[in-house]
Design a protein. Sequence first.
Length: 911
Amino acid sequence: MPHRPLLAFDAGGACLLASPAATEAGIRCADTPLPESIRTRLAKGHEGVLIETWPDLALHPSGLWRFWSLPGPDGRPSGFLAAPGPAEGPIPPGRDAELDASRWRYLLDEAPDGFWDWSLVTGQVLYAARFQTMLGYPAGSFAPEVSEWAGRLHADDREPAFAALRNHIAGHAPTFSIEHRLRSADGHWLWTLSFGRIVERDDQGQPVRMMGTITDISAYKALEGQLREREALLLEAQRVGDIGSWSYDPERDMSWWSERMYHIYGLPVDCEQRHREAHLDMYTPESRHRLDAAIERALHSGEPYSLDLEFIRPDGERRWISARSERVFDHVGNPRLVGVVQDITSRRQRDSELRRQAGLLTEMSRMGRIGGFEWDLRDNTLSWTEEVYRLHHIEPGTRIDPDSVHALYDGDSQARLNVIYARLRAGDSDYESAELCLFTPEGRRVWLRFQARSERENGEVVRIAGVQQDVTAEREAADLIEQLAHFDGLTGLPNRFLFRQRAQAAIREAQAHGRMLALLFIDLDRFKNVNDSLGHGAGDNLLFQMAGRLRGCVRSSDVIGRHSGDEFLALLNPISRAEDAARVAKKILETVSVPVELQEGHLQVGCSIGIAVLNGDGGDLDGLLRAADTAMYAAKDSGRNTYTFYSEEFRDRVQRRITLESQLRQAIVRDELHLVYQPTVYSQSGAVAGIEALLRWTSETGELRSPQEFIPIAEDCGEIVSIGYWVLRQSVRQARAWHQDGLNFQRIAVNVSAVQLREPDFGQNVVDICREEDWPTHRLQLELTESALMRDSETLVRAFELFEREGISLAVDDFGTGFSNLNYLTRFPVRVLKIDRSFTENILDDIGKFELCRAIIGLGHALDLQVVAEGVESLAVHELLRNQGCDESQGYFIARPLAADAMAEWLRGHD
């Protein structure tokens, strides 16, 4: 904006024009006549005279004003100009000066603004030199025409400028004032302020003369743009951060608020500025007291404040702000407060919830005797929660290091920890768990369940964090109960009850999956003679040693136990052929026949073994026991110290198996294998959740072979690997075709054999097939049996890690019929449990099966798993399981296994 006020007067001293700078300084023409004394001196030729005083006008530090006269046609002054301050020192009065037009233009050109004088009668305009040089033109280059100004107007400004000019000339506006752009000599646009007014009218009152100035405001406009941009940025920053700014004038007890302040306090933007007391009244009593005291300290001692305060909006809502302020001084030294407030309601709520959760977690940790730890590998620092200190019987806060803690554990636990930490640090595993044993300073043994996970930064393992829980009581109680309830007190072998429990589970699994197993009924020959001749002590010693030898003859997957007296049972699970059972029987015969060293001397005994084979097609434990017992007596009848199979017909079965294996190989060549599909639906909505692909074999004679019959053979002979990949490729290819036809389903499910899982590249091959067939991996589900998950191999872990990254879901098929150890549910990325059809069959009449299904559903949901019921044969069963929270149903009630075309028709009808 112009920085130097300029006034124009007529010959009588009346103010004609006040420049914008003069107006800003508070000078108005109506209140500012030129004193006659000054006019007289100027009329006498005292040109440029300096006046020391002028009532009410002291705009220059010196208090002086300079004046010029405007020469008229007759040589007498037609008007006067005035500007504050000396321009070039005082001019002695009485200096002889001729008032001509050239001198008048010189005086005009000394002003910072470009003067112009426009005759509305002739249309001629007098442009001062400053007007022209301001635009980059030499003085005198403008013609006395309005077009010199109008022709340089920016196209967007031309109409507003003309409108403002017409408005003033018509008497609708007291002055002509407008900001616009003019084209400068170098082609750039210069922001200017045109200001003027009519200074002369004819006898009829019509305007005949206008006078005014033009001012360069480019710097002001640039600054104005910067200020607008900064204001916009500030407003946006305040909006994003929910921050408001304010200032407070204590002398006037008035506040200025930014727009965001009103939003934070829930007030309309146009409400009156708030006084201090009115503002304080918005706060709760405690917050009001603290804020009032802080304001007093800030005003009187200059102490800034930063407070978290609670206030109440007009609508009654309670909210929190973070308020900061400090004292500043204005240009005359009066104190003011400036500050900001930020809405922190959400943060306070989160902090409150976090504190509540932290307190709850601490209490739960104490109650559950579970604590957390973190080991920073970069600086080798170990951090414990208080509960971990208590678990290790160390005073909380005691300085600890990994090496000293390591030494607290027993040897086996130290070795396990070494392996765990090595795997985690090397990146071979992201998660490890174990049960560890340590001894307190008092010598008490403590069992801790240890779980740890590695954390990475930029791909490097930088820390290991986890939890430890005291499971001593559970471990000791479980060990004692297990020992008393399930193990024989003499031999340490499973007793009859535990053997029956394990054997029945193994039989159910074998029947569900069509696997073969064998029961060996072992009876020591002439044991009664030992008791009778050497005493029961010798007999007990003999039984103890025989139990140890029998353990060494069987696998960990087999079930062995003491039946009664001198009778032992061994359930071989699984076996591939009857010869496997015979081989184990021979090994037992050889081992038992080795002389036993007793206190009474060396003793050699033998045994008779009866073998009963279960081929996965029916039968129960009691029937198997009877058969094996009968075969054992047959062995005794055959001369003792030998083994006998229960059924002579078993040879026919062996031959049938060999034949079936040959036929299967031919079936692969002849393309006799094919797929059928069975849908799974969501229990609540009925929408199609997935489609399971099922392998079928129809021989060239039209005979339909059971999967339970030929899949185990395919596993034994190795053909299951190539068959499995064929099934996977055909399944995803068909799924893609259905999807392209617009049929709705979520996923395609494919069964996977344990043999396939042992393939080194199985995981990558699955992913590659999906990509080759253009099927998204997250829509593939692999169904595995519980026994397949028992093999915790590196190959299995790598495959499952790949599946988890690719979104491939894993389902446990026939859940509940396999091993009782459920650790795999947390060790592997299982997402789905499928309740075996043996549990859903007759569920309406069997409360035990109902309770089992409900327990499995509860277990699945507790582990955040989807639960699918197989074998849903009726609406009643479907609704029963749905009401128990079962997520999905599969079975004949939904649909029987269908060929691909029939499956497509079913999907269309289901939609």
